[in-house]
Design a protein. Structure first.
Length: 171
């Protein structure tokens, strides 16, 4: 809003980012936790994977593309570093892992893939893509689909590693 956007315009602009939308899922889910209505372990594991990969992709690829200052820097640290680490810590110590199944991988890759469809649809309408690896104008559709498949594979691989480790430690 400090850049001249109305509140609704600022929501619209920020609503194009996986980071923001995933942090909203986090806020709703952890509000439920605070109210004593803890979501299923498979959902909490998905959140941990989604926000964990947000942090990893941001720090590995995107952080070098800009230099936030002031309150934007504080928000950047919160959504890309503090929330992923806090969620990992919560998941490690408080989420039951015994009921996790290989079929949960479908859920864990569904949100990132739905997001890709959403981001590409929005970009097709207004020509603005949220991330360089999803920019159809710069990479072409095949390049973006390749990147989306790689991201989907990363989520699936991360989920498989988590499942393998949790199944081994639960036993």
């Amino acid at each position: 809003m400090g850049e001249g956007f109305t509140f609704l315009e600022a929501l619209w602009v920020n609503g194009r980012f996986f980071t923001i939308l995933t942090n909203l899922l986090m806020a709703v889910s952890f509000t439920l936790v605070a109210l004593g209505r803890v979501p299923a372990p498979r959902w909490l594991t998905g959140l941990m994977l989604w926000i964990g990969l947000v942090g990893l992709v941001y720090h590995a690829v995107l952080a070098a593309l800009w230099d936030p200052e002031g309150l934007v820097l504080v928000a950047d640290i919160l959504v890309h570093t503090v929330t992923p680490l806090g969620t990992l810590i919560y998941w490690l110590f408080f989420v039951r892992k015994g009921g996790l199944r290989w079929g949960d991988l479908r859920l864990w890759i569904a949100w990132p893939l739905l997001y890709c469809v959403y981001a590409l649809g929005r970009g097709a309408v207004d020509g603005i893509y949220p991330y360089p690896f999803l920019d159809v104008g710069a990479l072409g559709l095949l390049g973006v689909l390749t990147n989306a498949a790689a991201l989907g594979g990363a989520f699936a691989l991360a989920g498989a590693v988590v499942l393998a480790l949790t199944r081994r430690t639960v036993r």
